[in-house]
Design a protein around this ligand. Structure first.
Ligand SMILES: [Zn+2]
Length: 265
């Protein structure tokens, strides 16, 4: 699965494909996404249509990262239904009609409610209204947001460095945390430096019960893991090792055959 699809799945929007990651203003990041289905079914008469009428952009608010706001910009298609002689907008799983926020955002609001001393601070940090805070809390009490809100770390966690984009010649990294037994993404943090990671992960419960952390052969995360997952042992993953070895294998092949073609894994 390409990483852009994994990212969409992680955001609770499995049907979407993330097409770009952009910086809009100094403190505003935007992920662009779209649906790629071949046809959609008219909600009125259930006739499938593959005739695209036009597009609409829907903006969703995502959880802020290091004080920077995150938005999802979803390009929604409108299809033309011949029997109804009308266009209809494609639905997107995980985006409730009228909702303009992601699960991650609502989870961050709840965390802020538990940890900040008053609502004014929550409003300021999350840039939202009191009404939105009440609505989110109410939904949590009703169980409507499900277990996605705050489930603890699994016993085995995979950590992967993820090259994101290149801005002004600089590499940007994200760190991806996997729920290893369930082969699912668990968390995404920007950057790969210990301090950055600690700041972003402090609201997740159960780090003391993590027994294993699977990483590649690089030592980059070791000091972070020792501090954040104090009871875990570190395991090197052979697939990561293989990926690391490939450049060495290519070099050897060039030396033997003189063939300079390179093939990335
Ligand atoms: Zn129709």
């Amino acid at each position: 699965m390409p990483s852009s699809d994994k990212l969409a799945q992680f955001l609770g929007l499995p049907e979407l494909k993330v097409t770009a990651f952009k910086k809009e203003r100094i403190a505003a990041n935007v992920l662009q996404a779209k649906k790629t289905s071949v046809f959609e079914v008219c909600p009125k008469c259930a006739t499938p249509s593959s005739v695209i009428y036009d597009h609409r952009i829907v903006r969703l608010r995502d959880a802020p990262v290091r004080g920077q706001s995150m938005r999802l910009s979803v390009k929604k298609r409108r299809f033309f239904c011949k029997p109804c002689r009308k266009p209809f907008t494609e639905p997107i799983q995980g985006v409730i009609k009228g909702h303009r926020t992601t699960y991650r955002y609502r989870r961050a609001v709840l965390w802020a409610c538990e940890n900040f001393s008053d609502l004014a601070r929550v409003r300021k940090a999350m840039r939202c209204s009191s009404g939105f805070i009440y609505q989110t809390l109410y939904q949590q009490i009703q169980g409507k947001l499900g277990e996605k809100l705050n489930y603890p770390w699994p016993t085995t966690v995979g950590i992967d460095e993820h090259f994101f984009t290149r801005r002004r010649g600089r590499a940007e990294f994200a760190t991806v945390f996997t729920d290893y037994p369930n082969k699912r993404l668990r968390e995404l943090a920007f950057g790969k430096v210990k301090g950055e990671l600690l700041a972003q992960l402090h609201n997740i419960e159960g780090r003391e019960s993590v027994r294993n952390v699977i990483i590649d052969m690089s030592d980059g995360y070791r000091s972070f893991i020792k501090e954040y997952f104090p009871n875990a042992r570190i395991i090197a993953d052979k697939f990561h090792v293989l990926r690391l070895l490939t450049p060495a294998i290519n070099k050897r092949r060039v030396a033997i055959t003189g063939d300079k073609r390179t093939r990335e894994p």
